[in-house]
Design a protein around this ligand. Structure first.
Ligand SMILES: [Zn+2]
Length: 333
């Protein structure tokens, strides 16, 4: 078995050409004085070209990106690859072990990028990960899913006013393409600030592997690589997904204003019309205490599946079709 090479920084140029390298990236130490190594895989092609980063499991319980990386890399031949892929199948190692979204110190990593030296445990980790793994990339695709208690369609969040991000996002053929300029604190936003064109892909549901969505994600990643000139177009399958991408210029979450047992009705990636009943809340005795209706026409990007609803819980993530708009912005999931 190939032992990973311990590195302090992912430096593609220092790794062998036409080869796959397994790395263990030093980041921060735990309470026993051991390093938390972030596993990374670099496939460096024979020919120089773009460096594509693919990250997964920034949130420790969002796992569909992990098999997507494994299955994508199985498809690549370093002899014919142009450029390099830097893949990080599990960014948030402590969260992954605990089946939890957050880092060891309870911080949400995707709210604290770019992090800082001299900060909290999570902030130092974010800062070092950004500096050591992301800074050297040309483009980045960050793979997420819905959070615990919610489900997502296969959708892409990208600043559609950025040409490179828009071109990548289009080639993923997601169910929904959501313009989102990036909220402060996300890895995507911090990477964009470093000049690394980046998009976020939301792949379905937490804490599971959804074969079909993973397969379509891999097809999309291959199309992005073809667009970037990293693989030949002839390496692509000709399959078109069984959906037409719906572009949304903005989106927002709808929240409850009553506690109780919540049921959300519309299916993912379907359209709802203004006035459609989208959810109902009952008290624990079974009495209906509140109905919720779509405030305007839109498409269901994500929704709650957890019936336990305290006042202020999320109901549904509604996308509004159209050209990019600047506000409001729903946070990255
Ligand atoms: Zn996430």
């Amino acid at each position: 078995m190939m032992q990973p090479l311990v590195v302090r920084r992912i430096d593609v140029a220092s790794l062998p050409e036409a080869a796959r390298s397994h790395l263990a990236l030093e980041t921060v130490g735990d309470g026993l004085g051991r390093d938390i190594f972030v596993p990374s895989i670099v496939v460096r092609g024979r020919h120089p070209g773009p460096i594509l980063g693919i990250t997964a499991v920034v949130h420790g319980n969002e796992l569909n990106g992990l098999p997507a990386i494994h299955r994508l890399l199985e498809r690549l031949d370093p002899e014919t690859l142009t450029g390099a892929v830097v893949a990080v199948p599990v960014v948030n190692v402590p969260g992954y072990h605990r089946n939890e979204r957050c880092f060891s110190d309870g911080s949400d990593l995707n709210r604290i990028f770019p992090g800082k030296e001299g900060g909290t445990n999570g902030e130092v980790f974010a800062s070092r990960f950004l500096d050591r793994a992301i800074r050297g990339l040309d483009v980045l695709i960050d793979l997420h899913t819905a959070s615990f208690g919610r489900v997502n369609s296969l959708y892409v969040r990208a600043d559609l006013r950025d040409e490179r991000a828009r071109e990548m996002a289009n080639r993923l053929y997601p169910q929904i393409l959501l313009h989102n300029r990036g909220v402060d604190g996300t890895l995507r936003d911090a990477a964009m600030d470093l000049g690394v064109a980046s998009i976020t892909v939301e792949i379905g549901n937490p804490q599971s592997i959804q074969d079909s969505l993973v397969w379509w994600t891999v097809q999309g990643l291959l199309r992005v690589m073809s667009f970037l000139g990293m693989i030949a177009e002839s390496d692509l399958t000709t399959h078109k997904p069984p959906w037409e991408t719906i572009q949304c210029g903005r989106s927002y979450w709808i929240y409850t204003d009553r506690g109780g047992v919540l049921e959300v009705f519309p299916e993912l990636a379907t359209r709802v019309h203004a006035g459609d009943r989208i959810a109902q809340v009952r008290d624990v005795y079974g009495r209906v205490i509140r109905d919720y209706f779509a405030p305007e026409d839109g498409v269901v990007i994500g929704k709650s599946t957890n019936p336990v609803n305290q006042t202020g819980s999320r109901i549904l993530h509604l996308g509004i079709e159209g050209a990019p708009q600047s506000a409001p912005v729903a946070p990255d999931a």
